[in-house]
Write a new protein. Sequence first.
Length: 536
Amino acid sequence: MDTVTVTPDPRRWWALSALVASMLTLGFDTTILNVALPTMARDLGATTGQQQWMADAYVVVFAALMLPAGLLGDRFGRRRMLITGLGIFLAGSLVGVLAGDVDAVIAARAVMGVGAALVTPLALAVLPSLFAPDERTRAVGVISSASALGLPLGPIIGGWLLNHYWWGSVFLVNVPMAALGIAACLFLLPETRDPASPKVDALSTALTATGLAALIYGIIEAPTRGWGDPLILGMLGAAVVLIAALVLRERRVERPMLDMTLLAHRGFLFNTIAATLVMFVLSGLLFVLPPYLQAVLGHDALGTGVRLLPMMGGLLVASRTAAPVVARFGARASVSAGLVVLAFAALLGTRTTVDSGYGFTALWLSVTGLGFGFSVIPAMNGALGTLPRDRAGSGSGLLMTLRQVGGAIGIALLGSLLSAAFRDRLDVTGLPAQVADTAGDSVVAAHVVAEQAHLTGLVASANDAYVHGMDLVLLVCGIAALVTALLAAAFLPGAAHDETADTGPGDAGPADLAPGDLDPADAAPGVVAARPDARQ
C-alpha cells in the first residue's frame, strides 16, 4: 500500500469546497426528484410503475456499483475515477434535461447512478492526500454533513425550480455543480492509488446488478401484469437464482466483495436489519408523500418540499441527540425505542383521511423523523462496533450496500402496494375502458382525466383511493418497524461487553467505535460512512 506524505497546501480548502459542492448535489439529488414526480407524471403521462422506475433506476445502479467503484479508484487512481464519476453524473443530468419521454428519464437516472457510485466513496478516499490526520476528521465531517444537508434541501430546491421552470430544471441544477467539481479535481487534487488493492470482481458485480434489477422489475410490474404473469414469475425466479449465485460466490472467493460471513455476527446482523428497515421505510415514504401533498391536498411543488421538512427535521434532531441516549441506556434500548416510535408514527399515519389536512400529517411526519434518527445512527454505529477492527471496512461496505438495497425495495414494494390499492379502490363506473385504465395509472392521471372530462366525482374518488393506498403503506411500515423492534430488543447486545460476544477466536478485537462516532449525516440515503480502516 502506498504511503502519502501530506504537506499543507493552502488550496486544500478550495478543493474541499468543490468536493462539498459535489456531495451536496448528490445529497439533494436523492430527494429532489420525489417532488418533481407528480409534475413529470402529468407532463409525460407516467404511470405509478414508471415513476417508481424513475426513482429506483438511480438507487439500483448505485447499490450495485458502489463497492466496485471504490476498488476502481484504488487501482486506477482516485482522482481519475472521481473526475470520471463527476463526468458521468454530469452527462446523465444533461440526458435528463433533454429527455422527452419516460424511458429517457429512466436512462438518465441510471447513468447518474453510475456517476454517484463513483463519486460517493472516492470523495472521502481522496481526503488523505489533501489533509494531515489532525485536519482529516474535520474534513470528513464537512463532506458527510454536506450530503446530509442535501436531504432536506432537495425537496425545497426542487419545489422552487418547479414553481419557476420546467421539470428538466431539477436535472439542470446538477450541471454547474458537477462541472465545478471536475475543474477542482483537475487543478487541485493530487493522484493517489493503491496497487495492492483487490481487482474488481466483475462477475459478482454483474450478479448484484442483474439480481437486484430482476427483483425490482418483478415487484414494480406485478400490480399491472398480475403476480401470476409468466414474465413476473420468471423475473422473480431469476432474481432468486442470481442472488443465490452471488451469495455462493462470495462465500467461496478468497477476497469477497460482499463478505457475507459478517452476517454471522449477531450484533452486526440485527443492527444491519434495523438500518436497512429504516431505509426501506424512508425511501418508500419519500416516494408516496409528494403525490398526496400535491394532488390530494393541492399544494404546489415548493409547498410540498416545505411540508416534508418536519420528517427531515425530526430525523436530524434525533440524530444529533442519539449519542447521549446510547451512552446512558445502550444501543439496544435506543434502536428498539426508535423503531417503536417509528411504528407508532406510521400506525398513527394510517388514521389519515382525505379531510385530515396537513396539520395531522405534519404531526406524524415529525414523529416518524424522530423514530428514524433514534434508530438508524445507533444501529449503524452498533453494526460496525461489533466487528473486529480488521473487518470493519468490509462491514461498512456490506452495511451501506444493504441499506441501498433496502431503499430500492422500499420504493418498489411500497409503491406497488399503493398502486394496487389505488387501482382497486378507484371508482371508474361508467367510464370507457381505455379512459378508466388511464385514470387507474396514478392519482395524477386520474386528476388529468377528470379535468378533461369535467368529472368532479372522479377527483374525489381518486383522492380517497390514494389516501386509502397510503394508509395501507403506512400500516405495512408500522408492522415492519414493530417486528424489527422486537427482533432488536431480543437479539441485539445489551451492553458494551456483550457486543463482542460473537467475535471469533483470533480476531483483532472490536472496531473502536464509540456512541456517536458515526456522523448524523450517515442517516441520509446515499451517504457512505467513513470506514474505520479506510485506505490511505
